[in-house]
Design a protein around this ligand. Sequence first.
Ligand SMILES: [Ca+2]
Ligand SMILES: [Ca+2]
Length: 212
Amino acid sequence: MKIRYRAMAVSAAAIATIGTLGAVSVVGADYVDESTTVTEITQSVDYKTSDADTLRLYRAFLAREPDIDGSKYWIAQTRAGATLDDLAYGFAQSDEFKAEYGTLTNDEFLTLIYDNMLGRVADQDGFDYWLGEMDKGLAQFGVVRWVVANDEFVANYPYAPTAPDSPGDTKNCSDFTTQAAAQAWFDHYFDLFGDIAKLDQDNNQVACESLS
Ligand SMILES: [Ca+2]
Ligand SMILES: [Ca+2]
Protein backbone atom coordinates (compact mmCIF):
# COMPACT_ATOMS: atom_id res chain seq x y z
CA MET A 1 0.00 0.00 0.00
CA LYS A 2 1.39 3.32 -1.03
CA ILE A 3 0.99 6.05 1.49
CA ARG A 4 0.39 9.53 0.33
CA TYR A 5 -0.06 12.44 2.57
CA ARG A 6 -0.26 15.99 1.49
CA ALA A 7 -0.19 18.71 4.10
CA MET A 8 -2.84 21.20 3.14
CA ALA A 9 -3.80 24.61 4.28
CA VAL A 10 -6.69 24.54 6.69
CA SER A 11 -8.72 27.49 7.78
CA ALA A 12 -7.93 28.89 11.20
CA ALA A 13 -11.48 28.06 12.24
CA ALA A 14 -11.05 24.43 11.26
CA ILE A 15 -7.88 24.14 13.26
CA ALA A 16 -9.17 25.89 16.34
CA THR A 17 -12.62 24.45 16.58
CA ILE A 18 -13.66 21.08 17.84
CA GLY A 19 -17.22 21.03 19.00
CA THR A 20 -17.69 24.71 19.60
CA LEU A 21 -20.40 25.42 17.10
CA GLY A 22 -22.97 27.80 18.48
CA ALA A 23 -26.55 26.88 19.24
CA VAL A 24 -28.64 26.17 16.18
CA SER A 25 -32.37 26.66 16.16
CA VAL A 26 -34.10 23.33 15.79
CA VAL A 27 -37.20 22.96 13.68
CA GLY A 28 -37.21 19.18 13.45
CA ALA A 29 -34.41 16.93 12.38
CA ASP A 30 -34.89 16.24 8.70
CA TYR A 31 -31.42 17.49 7.88
CA VAL A 32 -27.94 17.08 9.30
CA ASP A 33 -27.71 20.71 10.36
CA GLU A 34 -30.95 20.43 12.35
CA SER A 35 -29.98 17.26 14.20
CA THR A 36 -29.65 17.19 17.97
CA THR A 37 -27.99 13.76 18.24
CA VAL A 38 -25.55 11.81 16.10
CA THR A 39 -28.30 9.24 15.53
CA GLU A 40 -30.48 11.99 14.09
CA ILE A 41 -27.62 12.88 11.77
CA THR A 42 -27.59 9.32 10.43
CA GLN A 43 -31.38 9.53 9.94
CA SER A 44 -31.18 12.73 7.92
CA VAL A 45 -32.45 13.30 4.41
CA ASP A 46 -29.08 14.68 3.36
CA TYR A 47 -26.85 12.17 5.16
CA LYS A 48 -24.22 10.79 2.78
CA THR A 49 -21.59 8.06 2.70
CA SER A 50 -18.91 10.72 2.91
CA ASP A 51 -20.47 11.97 6.15
CA ALA A 52 -19.83 8.53 7.66
CA ASP A 53 -16.16 8.96 6.74
CA THR A 54 -16.16 12.28 8.57
CA LEU A 55 -17.73 10.78 11.70
CA ARG A 56 -15.25 7.89 11.63
CA LEU A 57 -12.35 10.28 11.35
CA TYR A 58 -13.68 12.23 14.32
CA ARG A 59 -14.14 8.98 16.28
CA ALA A 60 -10.61 7.92 15.46
CA PHE A 61 -8.85 11.13 16.36
CA LEU A 62 -10.63 11.76 19.62
CA ALA A 63 -10.98 8.09 20.63
CA ARG A 64 -14.59 8.69 21.67
CA GLU A 65 -18.01 9.05 20.17
CA PRO A 66 -18.38 12.26 18.20
CA ASP A 67 -20.41 14.95 19.93
CA ILE A 68 -23.26 16.54 18.06
CA ASP A 69 -21.90 20.06 17.62
CA GLY A 70 -18.50 18.87 16.46
CA SER A 71 -20.08 16.37 14.09
CA LYS A 72 -22.21 19.02 12.46
CA TYR A 73 -19.30 21.42 12.28
CA TRP A 74 -17.00 18.96 10.53
CA ILE A 75 -19.67 17.70 8.16
CA ALA A 76 -20.33 21.31 7.22
CA GLN A 77 -16.60 21.78 6.61
CA THR A 78 -16.53 18.84 4.18
CA ARG A 79 -19.54 20.25 2.37
CA ALA A 80 -17.67 23.51 2.05
CA GLY A 81 -14.82 21.64 0.37
CA ALA A 82 -12.55 20.37 3.15
CA THR A 83 -10.97 16.97 2.42
CA LEU A 84 -10.34 14.16 4.88
CA ASP A 85 -6.69 15.22 4.88
CA ASP A 86 -7.73 18.74 5.89
CA LEU A 87 -9.89 17.33 8.67
CA ALA A 88 -7.14 15.01 9.88
CA TYR A 89 -4.78 17.94 10.10
CA GLY A 90 -7.40 19.97 11.97
CA PHE A 91 -8.10 17.20 14.47
CA ALA A 92 -4.39 16.70 15.05
CA GLN A 93 -4.10 20.35 16.14
CA SER A 94 -6.78 19.95 18.79
CA ASP A 95 -5.86 20.06 22.46
CA GLU A 96 -7.75 16.82 22.93
CA PHE A 97 -5.58 14.96 20.41
CA LYS A 98 -2.39 16.50 21.73
CA ALA A 99 -3.29 15.56 25.31
CA GLU A 100 -3.85 11.96 24.30
CA TYR A 101 -0.91 11.45 21.97
CA GLY A 102 1.30 14.51 22.03
CA THR A 103 4.31 13.23 23.97
CA LEU A 104 4.56 9.64 22.78
CA THR A 105 7.34 7.92 20.87
CA ASN A 106 6.28 6.27 17.63
CA ASP A 107 6.28 2.85 19.33
CA GLU A 108 4.08 4.09 22.15
CA PHE A 109 1.87 5.96 19.73
CA LEU A 110 1.22 2.88 17.58
CA THR A 111 0.48 0.71 20.59
CA LEU A 112 -2.08 3.22 21.83
CA ILE A 113 -3.56 3.72 18.35
CA TYR A 114 -4.23 0.00 18.01
CA ASP A 115 -5.88 -0.04 21.41
CA ASN A 116 -7.92 3.15 20.90
CA MET A 117 -8.88 2.64 17.26
CA LEU A 118 -9.14 -1.11 16.82
CA GLY A 119 -9.58 -2.18 20.43
CA ARG A 120 -6.86 -4.78 20.30
CA VAL A 121 -3.15 -5.43 20.57
CA ALA A 122 -1.23 -4.75 17.37
CA ASP A 123 -0.40 -7.62 15.06
CA GLN A 124 3.33 -7.63 14.43
CA ASP A 125 3.09 -7.24 10.64
CA GLY A 126 0.82 -4.23 10.89
CA PHE A 127 2.83 -2.67 13.66
CA ASP A 128 6.09 -3.07 11.73
CA TYR A 129 4.51 -1.70 8.56
CA TRP A 130 3.30 1.50 10.19
CA LEU A 131 6.49 1.97 12.19
CA GLY A 132 8.40 1.70 8.91
CA GLU A 133 6.21 4.34 7.29
CA MET A 134 6.73 6.63 10.27
CA ASP A 135 10.48 6.11 10.04
CA LYS A 136 10.16 7.30 6.43
CA GLY A 137 8.39 10.43 7.55
CA LEU A 138 4.69 9.68 7.92
CA ALA A 139 3.37 11.89 10.71
CA GLN A 140 1.56 10.31 13.65
CA PHE A 141 -1.72 11.88 12.64
CA GLY A 142 -1.17 10.54 9.12
CA VAL A 143 -1.29 7.03 10.55
CA VAL A 144 -4.67 7.77 12.12
CA ARG A 145 -5.99 9.20 8.88
CA TRP A 146 -5.17 5.96 7.03
CA VAL A 147 -6.25 3.50 9.71
CA VAL A 148 -9.68 5.16 9.50
CA ALA A 149 -10.04 3.73 5.98
CA ASN A 150 -9.13 0.23 7.19
CA ASP A 151 -11.92 -2.36 6.81
CA GLU A 152 -11.67 -3.35 10.45
CA PHE A 153 -12.24 0.20 11.63
CA VAL A 154 -15.08 0.76 9.16
CA ALA A 155 -16.77 -2.41 10.40
CA ASN A 156 -16.40 -1.31 14.02
CA TYR A 157 -17.78 2.18 13.33
CA PRO A 158 -20.02 2.02 10.27
CA TYR A 159 -22.13 5.13 10.99
CA ALA A 160 -24.56 3.68 8.48
CA PRO A 161 -27.75 5.53 7.62
CA THR A 162 -30.49 4.60 10.09
CA ALA A 163 -34.22 4.52 9.56
CA PRO A 164 -35.82 7.86 10.40
CA ASP A 165 -38.74 8.35 12.75
CA SER A 166 -42.00 9.42 11.16
CA PRO A 167 -41.89 13.17 10.52
CA GLY A 168 -45.68 13.40 10.34
CA ASP A 169 -47.30 15.84 7.96
CA THR A 170 -44.82 18.55 8.81
CA LYS A 171 -44.00 19.76 5.29
CA ASN A 172 -45.76 21.49 2.45
CA CYS A 173 -44.32 22.20 -0.97
CA SER A 174 -43.87 25.83 0.05
CA ASP A 175 -41.30 24.70 2.64
CA PHE A 176 -38.85 23.71 -0.11
CA THR A 177 -36.92 26.01 -2.40
CA THR A 178 -36.43 23.47 -5.18
CA GLN A 179 -38.29 20.45 -6.52
CA ALA A 180 -35.10 18.42 -6.00
CA ALA A 181 -35.12 19.26 -2.29
CA ALA A 182 -38.77 18.29 -2.01
CA GLN A 183 -38.11 15.08 -3.93
CA ALA A 184 -35.19 14.15 -1.68
CA TRP A 185 -37.38 14.62 1.38
CA PHE A 186 -40.24 12.66 -0.20
CA ASP A 187 -37.97 9.78 -1.27
CA HIS A 188 -36.28 9.64 2.14
CA TYR A 189 -39.54 8.93 3.97
CA PHE A 190 -41.67 7.26 1.29
CA ASP A 191 -40.67 3.62 1.76
CA LEU A 192 -41.37 3.75 5.48
CA PHE A 193 -44.26 6.17 5.76
CA GLY A 194 -45.70 6.72 2.28
CA ASP A 195 -46.59 10.24 1.22
CA ILE A 196 -46.74 11.29 4.83
CA ALA A 197 -46.71 15.03 4.12
CA LYS A 198 -48.97 14.91 1.07
CA LEU A 199 -46.41 16.29 -1.34
CA ASP A 200 -47.57 14.09 -4.22
CA GLN A 201 -51.31 14.64 -4.57
CA ASP A 202 -51.47 13.05 -8.03
CA ASN A 203 -49.62 9.97 -6.81
CA ASN A 204 -47.01 9.76 -9.55
CA GLN A 205 -43.97 9.61 -7.22
CA VAL A 206 -42.94 13.09 -8.28
CA ALA A 207 -43.20 15.51 -5.36
CA CYS A 208 -44.17 19.15 -5.68
CA GLU A 209 -44.29 19.54 -9.44
CA SER A 210 -45.24 23.15 -8.79
CA LEU A 211 -41.63 23.86 -7.86
CA SER A 212 -40.12 22.67 -11.14
CA1 LIG B 1 -48.30 18.73 3.95
CA1 LIG C 1 -46.82 14.34 -8.20
